[in-house]
Ligand binder design. Structure first.
Ligand code: CDP
Length: 142
């Protein structure tokens, strides 16, 4: 199986605008029990044969009812990916909504826009906290 067809987890840092991000969207998970109540950058697993960017567009449509434009990838320390607790890794992209109003349609019970300077204010799941901390650091701090 080629790397592009391996399962990976993809997620988006949805911001109000890609060219000058101020607000970041966080979504609160309802499952599994170990993660319920914690906040994440929305996304999910790729399906067999699905390209990561296509999987992300699909997940955001299904989970939040929005169409987004993807920006640059937010590179992590594992060959560009971010470590997860499981054997999987996470790939992250900046994104901007081009159609729809985000709603918690499945997998989440709440969404929240975090203002500039408050991107670390929610109980992120650990992998996401690492990534968001690094995003804040790279931008020069909140
Ligand atoms: O819904 P689907 O099965 O496609 O995937 P998911 O349950 O949303 O994500 C799979 C795993 O990736 C979760 O168990 C989370 O631990 C992890 N994940 C994460 O750490 N951060 C995210 N932003 C999304 C998923």
């Amino acid at each position: 199986m080629s790397p592009k067809h391996q399962t990976c987890v993809v997620a988006a840092a949805i911001v109000d605008r890609l060219d000058r991000p101020a607000r970041l969207l966080a979504a609160r998970r309802t499952a599994p029990p170990a993660l319920a109540g914690q906040w994440e950058l929305p996304g999910g697993k790729t399906e067999p044969g699905e390209a990561p960017a296509d999987a992300l567009l699909r997940e955001l449509r299904e989970e939040l009812g929005v169409r987004v434009r993807l920006g640059a990838q937010i590179t992590g320390p594992l060959d560009g990916h971010w470590p997860l607790a499981s054997a999987l890794t996470l790939r992250l992209w900046w994104a901007e909504i081009v159609d729809g109003e985000p709603m918690p349609l499945q997998d989440h019970d709440q969404i929240r826009w975090l203002e500039a300077g408050r991107w670390l204010d929610v109980a992120w799941i650990p992998a996401d906290r690492t990534a968001v901390s690094e995003m804040v650091r790279r931008a020069g701090g909140p």
